[in-house]
Ligand binder design. Structure first.
Ligand SMILES: Cc1cc2nc3c(=O)[nH]c(=O)nc-3n(C[C@H](O)[C@H](O)[C@H](O)COP(=O)(O)O)c2cc1C
Ligand SMILES: [Fe+2]
Ligand SMILES: [Fe+2]
Length: 414
């Protein structure tokens, strides 16, 4: 990896990571970039950092070498966020460097520094409105942005170059090439790729914190921001407003409506439920509403969440299993509820053998997780669906689609 210049006195260092499950669970087939930034005045600061996985901190040190900066030249380490994807390297840095430098972090980050890395000395806490003068006219200002992503998270703003370092906020999945880490060096097609990766990152990592995201955007709005340099993904240099608009839109999606689309999630053991899935899809599409179709558990949770997050309507098709829902569907719904993807229009159908039970458990989860989903009447059939069962599925799926269109287009015109 190469060091690149963001703007005068600001440099991007980065490591791409792949072949892992992010946070131990999310698939990242396109990898993810961990970005750090070196900011120089008379003194030098490094903002954000990388994880401690094999070879990653070494990648960071090699990039410092390219700048002809030794780790001894770093006066300040600004820790915006303590999640180990950004802070993991601190231990190796301290081993190499000793503690002759100052860590800048929020008050809530300090106990985490101790608990994670046994770091107690030379830690200076800051809060919203505090500044750090690096000399040569370069003053860093700090703003707490709690819960984007953890309670201790803050953003750093370089008043000289008007660059915002918001860590997880405005980030995305997707490995970034050293040749083109900036929006002004990427083609529109590539930017759109990162926007898609951003949507999945948002649905997986940030979705539960939409209110804090909205508050953070409002708090940062008075700043004159020319560049957004996040902890993951590309740097927004020519049009930082674009990523802010995307995050604003995504923050609205959680409580609906999202896009005028329907996600169809289905699972089936022996094909009984499956045999009505096509009927539902046809009925929805006949109303001019696009569908995104995923079989569970075949489709990994990261992609299921992304899809549901972006859709105003959801079809859940699954049978009864041991008096409850088909278990992979239950775990999907549990995760959707915990991510606070609320207020969807929804329709469930499925097969049972003797007692049923899936529908009851679904409604219990809907209530327990306070999902506030608005349900079209369910369709349950014994064994294989009859012609009449399929007609009912078609009718209700159509009803769902019309509801989605009216709601999503009224509140969020396409
Ligand atoms: C392991 C297992 C457990 C089941 N438990 C129940 C049950 O508790 N109540 C019920 O009505 N049907 C139960 N069934 C029957 C299925 O719901 C029924 O066969 C249904 O048609 C399966 O639909 P599918 O082919 O879409 O999976 C169970 C089936 C299996 C294989
Ligand atoms: Fe994080
Ligand atoms: Fe992160």
């Amino acid at each position: 990896m190469r060091t690149t210049k963001v703007t005068d006195g600001v440099f991007r260092l980065s490591a791409n990571v792949s072949n892992i499950l992010f946070e131990g669970m999310w698939q990242i087939p396109n990898g993810v970039a961990m970005n750090s930034y070196v900011i120089t005045g008379e003194k030098a600061a490094i903002v954000d950092g990388v994880c401690d996985w094999d070879g990653v901190p070494e990648t960071l040190y090699a990039q410092l070498d390219q700048m002809e900066i030794t780790i001894d030249d770093i006066d300040y380490v600004v820790v915006n966020h303590m999640e180990p994807d950004h802070s993991g390297w601190l231990r190796s840095f301290r081993e190499l460097r000793g503690n002759d430098y100052t860590i800048i972090c929020s008050k809530k980050a300090k106990p985490l520094l101790e608990a994670f890395y046994d770091i107690r000395e030379n830690v200076q806490t800051v809060q919203s409105g505090d500044t750090l003068d690096l000399g040569d006219g370069r003053i860093l200002a700090f703003e707490d942005i709690p819960n984007v992503h953890w309670p201790e998270t803050m953003a750093t703003y370089d008043t000289k170059s008007k660059t915002l370092f918001p860590c997880d906020a405005f980030g995305s999945f997707g490995a970034v090439s050293d040749d083109a880490p900036y929006d002004d060096t990427l083609t529109e097609e590539h930017i759109e790729f990162f926007e898609r990766e951003m949507e999945r990152y948002y649905a997986n990592i940030v979705a539960a914190f939409c209110t804090p995201v909205r508050k953070a955007i409002a708090k940062l709005a008075p700043l004159d921001i020319r560049i957004i340099a996040p902890g993951h993904g590309i740097v927004w240099r020519s049009d930082p407003g674009r990523v802010v608009r995307s995050y604003k839109r995504l923050a609205e999606y959680a409580k609906g409506p999202a896009r005028p689309e329907v996600t169809v999630l289905w699972g089936s053991m022996y094909g009984m439920t499956q045999s009505a899935v096509g009927t539902a899809i046809e009925a929805i599409e006949a109303e001019g509403v696009p569908t995104r179709v995923h079989r569970v558990p075949e489709t990994e949770m990261s992609f299921v969440l992304d899809s549901v997050f972006q859709s105003s309507g959801v079809v859940l098709a699954m049978p009864t299993y041991e008096y409850k829902m088909f278990p992979p569907m239950a775990s999907v719904i549990d995760e959707i509820g915990k991510k606070r993807i609320i207020n969807r229009k929804a329709f469930r159908f499925g097969s049972y053998g003797w007692s049923g039970g899936a529908q009851k458990e679904l409604m219990e989860m809907n209530d327990r997780l306070k999902m506030h989903w608005d349900w079209v009447d369910p369709v349950e059939f014994r064994g294989r669906p009859t012609k009449e069962d399929k007609e009912l599925v078609s009718e209700r799926a159509g009803e769902l689609a019309r509801g989605v269109k009216a709601w999503a287009l009224a509140e969020r015109p396409a």
